[in-house]
Ligand binder design. Structure first.
Ligand code: MG
Length: 374
């Protein structure tokens, strides 16, 4: 295990929290952030939020919770080999999807459409921004402040993307999007660990659901290459065990490639501090060949899994549920519990968006039934 590298985030020199607090005892600042994330309400709700398959389709499919845990595991392994701060990368990984709506991207796109017209600087819905909103504003657990009062470095990692319109009102945290600078390496690696996790578990869940076949997957270079190698190593292996071995081998290749390519970039740019990392070009990356192969895999999944008719049917129902909930609450906010009501119309729309974004799949379905059926 490498010692903490000079380019890693160091909890002792954190840029701090929004509200002053006494330093933690017996654990560092980033451990405290990770612990706060694990204890918050939004984290528990991830168990019942869709990744690709609706939560009730089967118990073996990934949910946002198991996805987040897989991201954290992959990110920690890479962090350890790069000398990055493992507690920080774990905190970022576990929090990265806290702002996701029910029903995955379908829910988010619909909520974004519903919110488009509300107040220029608060308009629209972006899940990264919502993850930040959860940890900065929406969690109500502490006596002295709203949110979890996390360190700058954790919040920087959570806000992976952000439109320029929103960046302008986020102060220090938004500035990097305007100035086109990078976040810490912990944030960069967590982002790529997310990609490794979902590409691979979507293959696994895709095959398990019967929406993808191994024959189809053999069209994809990286899958075919690892498949051949596994079959050579284990002649006669078939079924689930074969698919698992191929996925295991792909994850390993991606992790090793990301680690080695990033180490080479670190050698070349030789950053001596986190700020050097922030001012350099992106340092965490796959090699060009692996990048091409990963993009090919993503396109395959888009075509064959995310746009599969069975997934599209779910997507279409999900969008309708989100839209109808939003419209019903907006037309008559008295349908909302008192603590979600606001006097100002833009604030009311935002509160409805927060309420819906916080729902699990099954809660949204039940709430829709409750509002629209006798
Ligand atoms: Mg994710």
């Amino acid at each position: 295990m490498m010692p903490l590298a000079p380019y890693a985030c160091n909890p002792e020199s954190t840029r701090g929290r929004r509200h002053h607090e006494a330093p933690p005892q017996g654990r560092n600042h980033f451990q405290r952030d990770r612990d706060r994330i694990v204890h918050c309400n939004a984290f528990r709700l991830l168990e019942y939020k869709t990744q690709v398959f609706i939560n009730h389709e089967g118990d073996l499919f990934r949910t946002r919770l198991t996805h987040s845990i897989e991201v954290a595991q992959i990110a920690r392994s890479i962090a350890r080999n790069l000398g990055l701060h493992e507690d920080l990368i774990e905190a970022i990984s576990l929090a990265h999807d806290l702002g996701h709506t029910p029903f995955g991207h379908a829910g988010q796109d619909e909520l974004n459409a519903c919110m488009r017209e509300f107040a220029p600087d608060a308009g629209g819905f972006e899940h990264n921004l919502q993850s930040l909103r959860v940890v900065d504003e929406l969690e109500e657990r502490y006596a002295q402040f709203n949110g979890l009062n996390l360190c700058f470095e954790t919040r920087e990692g959570i806000l992976k993307h952000c439109s320029l319109r929103h960046a302008a009102r986020l102060g220090e945290l938004g500035r990097r999007f305007i100035e086109r600078r990078q976040p810490s390496l912990e944030a960069q690696v967590a982002n790529l660990a997310d990609e490794i996790a979902y590409n691979n578990h979507d293959i696994d869940d895709g095959v398990r659901s019967g929406l993808l076949t191994v024959e189809q997957l053999l069209e994809v270079g990286i899958f075919a290459r690892h498949y051949e190698a596994v079959v050579q190593r284990h002649p006669g292996l078939e079924g689930r065990r074969l698919v698992s071995e191929v996925i295991r081998s792909m994850i390993n290749t991606l992790v090793v490639d990301l680690t080695e390519t990033t180490l080479a970039a670190l050698k070349q740019h030789n950053p001596q501090s986190v700020d050097d990392v922030r001012n350099a070009p992106p340092l965490a990356a796959f090699s060009p060949q692996i990048r091409r192969e990963a993009d090919e895999l993503k396109r395959f999944l888009m075509r064959n899994l995310y746009r599969h008719s069975r997934v599209m049917r779910m997507t279409s129902k999900a969008r309708r549920i989100v839209r109808e909930l939003f419209q019903a609450f907006l037309e008559d906010p008295r349908l909302l519990a008192a603590d979600w009501r606001r006097d100002d119309p833009d604030q009311q729309a935002r509160a409805i968006s927060d309420y819906i974004a916080g729902m699990t799949d099954r809660y949204a379905i039940a709430e829709h039934r409750n509002l629209f059926q006798m």
